[in-house]
Design a protein around this ligand. Structure first.
Ligand SMILES: [Zn+2]
Length: 445
């Protein structure tokens, strides 16, 4: 029964992957063109459709090496530090402190335990976090002061303590009530929780950044964006378009669609409106509205829920095995112990490493689809959609010193978006109208 259920999930994943990967002839031709361009150039070197100056290219190479190293060091450190702390009995000690301090109240015990956990976790990851922020300052990607950075870090720590604490209390209640089936019962609760978190994202973001209606500062831009909205038959009123004051903290560019249901909205960073031409912003907005129209938020939610099902299923068995084998050494007697949380989070850290390339492969497909959508959406609204899209990738890439031609393995494993060179080359070649072919999302008028 269980095997059959897993098989069904695998089949579903294969089908969704297959459906998303289907390409139109014009799209296929442009993808092949981009791949050939990348194959013809040496690694980390310029390609014809996306090139950096010698100084930018040198920086891009340094950053690329540092980022690859840092990425895997961080993943390994996450797992290793948990194993070390478990081995030293640190979590067992936290549990002892919490139980001794509040013998009569499980709520107080749970929240004290989680606070100690989060503080130790903060200290353990501090060196890498500080290094990363220093790097961003050094390369001019961030302009955030250290006090402001520390303020943001403390804010997210506080939020995790409060909301994470509530979720943890629910988890341990379910574990005690359903010792064998808690994984599926708790998974059931995570479904509304995932929706709730998704819904809350815009509100959480307000705690970290300043927003204003896009109409306030860029009314003529909103008028142009509405043309894209109308073309895609979308329901995004100008009141759902926001400008984020990203320049208070970073120099990099972005725009996104966030939230769910009534909180769903489009956010354009002010760094983007400052450094891109209105045509380029129109393309970026076209890309973002692609996520909106193509239902990427909904499929993302469904994938997360499926992923959680598999994770909790395996986590249950891993926790039993790990506590049965190492419990005495770690000072953890059963899954009911507060310290068992560390074992559960260890499983999720390991899953994170394994699922990273899978998640990123899905994400790159969505991002590519949004690129195609964006370019088709601005067709007829800008003079040269190919040049506009390529121009947008140029600005986007140069500011963050994006590697023109990264290693394919690293792109496959860690990139949530296709490499910027690939995107620029694709945009240059993607022109179904000139080839007399059918566009993918907008039928010929
Ligand atoms: Zn995107």
């Amino acid at each position: 029964m269980r095997v059959r259920r897993l098989l069904l999930i695998c089949l579903f994943l294969t089908f969704t992957l297959g459906a998303r990967a289907s390409e139109t002839p014009a799209e296929h031709a442009a993808s092949v063109y981009a791949q050939q361009e990348l194959d013809a150039a040496p690694r980390h070197a310029n390609i014809p459709d996306y090139s950096l100056s010698p100084d930018e290219l040198a920086k891009s190479r340094q950053l690329s090496t540092i980022r690859v190293t840092l990425h895997f060091v961080e993943e390994a450190w996450n797992i290793l530090s948990l194993l070390i702390l478990l081995g030293l009995g640190v979590f067992a000690w936290m549990q002892k402190v919490a139980v001794k301090r509040f013998p009569g109240s499980r709520w107080a015990q749970g929240f004290l335990f989680l606070l100690l956990y989060l503080l130790v976790d903060f200290l353990v990851s501090l060196p890498l976090d500080v290094y990363q922020q220093r790097l961003s300052l050094q390369y001019g990607l961030s302009v955030q002061s250290w006090p402001s950075w520390l303020g943001d870090t403390s804010k997210s720590l506080g939020l995790t303590w409060f909301f994470g604490g509530l979720i943890m209390m629910l988890l341990f209640y379910i574990i005690r009530k359903y010792p064998r089936r808690w994984w599926v019962v708790f998974w059931g609760f995570t479904i509304p929780l995932v929706f709730l978190i998704m819904f809350a994202v815009p509100y959480i973001n307000h705690l970290f950044n300043h927003y204003e209606p896009l109409q306030q500062s860029n009314p003529e831009l909103v008028t142009r964006l509405e043309q894209v909205v109308k073309k895609g038959h979308m329901d995004i009123p100008p009141e759902r378009m926001y400008l984020m004051k990203a320049s208070e903290k970073v120099t990099t560019l972005n725009a996104d669609v966030e939230g769910f249901g009534s909180s769903k909205r489009v956010v354009v960073w002010d760094t983007t409106t400052r450094k891109m031409t209105p045509d380029e912003i129109l393309f970026v907005f076209g890309h973002e509205s692609g996520h909106y129209v193509l239902g990427h938020i909904e499929t993302g939610l469904a994938a997360t829920i499926m992923g959680l099902f598999l994770s909790f299923f395996f986590a249950y068995y891993f926790v039993q095995w790990a506590i049965g084998t190492f419990g005495p050494r770690w000072g953890i007697s059963s899954q009911n112990d507060w310290a068992a949380l560390a074992v559960l989070l260890l499983v999720f850290s390991i899953f994170g490493v394994i699922s990273e390339p899978i998640e990123n492969s899905f994400s790159r497909m969505d991002e590519h689809a949004a690129d195609v959508y964006g370019q088709e959406a601005v067709h007829g609204l800008v003079a040269d959609p190919q040049a506009v899209a390529k121009g947008a990738f140029d600005v986007l890439g140069k500011i963050s010193y994006a590697d023109p031609n990264p290693s394919p393995l690293y792109e496959f494993w860690t990139y949530s978006h296709p490499a910027i060179g690939r995107r620029a080359a694709f945009a240059t070649a993607y022109d179904p109208w000139a080839l007399g072919m059918e566009p993918k999302y907008f039928k010929k008028q």
